[in-house]
Write a protein that binds this ligand. Structure first.
Ligand code: 5GP
Ligand code: MN
Length: 319
């Protein structure tokens, strides 16, 4: 019996949590477990708590049932934490770790701190959705659950582009396609499609980007006042750092946006040489070898300088 199944035995209530600023793998994994539990464990009263995810994920079954506010009474027999490497990543919902009963953590971040009572952490897996597939009975995965799992895999692999994609990833994706999901629409509308303002902000970030370290690094940032000007939020920043990374000759891309005055959300992506999870961990964040993030305070110039010292050091060691 998989750990997911044994965990749910004898549980009456369960909550499902993900990370702040939820991405495709986070929303996909939370709703995959939600749908799977509804089908296979109808006796368990299950609720998903997440910060409001982007509207583009509305096609996922259960999206409308997501609760976005921390309840006053947060008792539950079990708490399933997905795609979140440490307690802080759960944001306002980390309170459930105290009142949420037994904690099961399913994740694929190399920096995961194993904060659950039970932990399934597979850093080799492309996505939390890939890890979840291994915990589910394949024949019990519905078309709705399959759409969630496929979404997570597609988003965390950049549509099967990044090196976290393995033959196993493709096999699982194929099995999800065989469930009859609308994979073409999932890819085009949840991954590639952008709103007009999202494209404007992307364009602005590319226009103002700066190459350094002999063209091996690229940096760009969007300030709070510019976000206000375009009327965008953190949810509209997805994909910008990936576009910077795709610049020819670039090994490492840094993208910042200002959350509060002199408080920056940092996203880093690398190709082959730089371990960005090490850099992000040093500054209190985490992630994967080729994709990581953190939050840093101070003047933008200092934030970039501090990051670039660590990246340049790694590039020198590789040279
Ligand atoms: P992104 O740049 O898209 O926000 O995140 C890239 C990867 O790093 C994701 O897997 C994400 O979960 C992780 N990550 C981003 N920010 C943080 C952070 O502040 N702390 C930790 N532990 N992980 C982060
Ligand atoms: Mn993930």
């Amino acid at each position: 019996m998989s750990l997911l199944h044994s965990f749910l035995e004898n549980k009456k209530t369960a909550v499902i949590l993900g990370h702040t600023n939820p991405d495709g793998d986070c929303v996909g994994s939370c709703l995959a477990v939600y749908n799977y539990l509804k089908d296979c464990f109808p006796q368990v009263d299950v609720t998903v708590y997440l910060e409001q995810p982007a509207d583009k994920f509305r096609y996922l079954n259960g999206f409308e049932q997501i609760r976005t506010e921390m309840p006053a009474d947060f008792q539950a027999d079990g708490c399933i934490c997905l795609d979140s490497g440490d307690r802080d990543r759960l944001g306002a919902f980390s309170g459930f770790l105290e009142g949420g009963g037994e904690v099961l953590c399913v994740d694929h971040h190399i920096t995961n701190t194993r904060y659950g009572d039970k932990n399934v952490v597979e850093p080799e897996a492309s996505s939390t959705c890939e890890v979840l597939f291994g915990l589910m009975d394949e024949e019990k995965i519905s078309k709705e659950t399959a759409a969630c799992l496929y979404t997570g895999i597609v988003h965390d692999t950049g549509v099967f582009q990044y090196t976290n994609t393995s033959a196993k990833t493709m096999e699982i994706a194929g099995k999800m396609m065989a469930k009859g999901i609308d994979f073409s629409t999932i890819v085009s509308e949840s991954f590639y499609q952008k709103s007009y303002v999202q494209n404007q902000v992307l364009g602005r970030a590319l226009l103002e980007s700066i190459l350094f370290c002999d063209g091996q690094c690229i940096f760009s940032a969007i300030r709070k006042r510019d976000m206000e000007f375009y009327g965008v939020t953190s949810r509209d920043m997805e994909g910008i750092v990936e576009q910077l990374r795709s610049t020819a000759g670039v090994e490492c891309a840094i993208f910042l946006y200002e959350k509060e005055f002199q408080e920056y959300k940092v996203s880093m992506r690398s190709k082959k040489k730089v371990d960005v999870s090490k850099v992000a961990s040093y500054f209190g964040g985490g992630g994967h070898v080729r994709a990581a993030g953190c939050t840093m305070n101070g003047r933008m110039h200092d934030v970039v300088n501090n990051l670039s010292i660590h990246i340049a050091k790694q590039l020198e060691e590789q040279a």
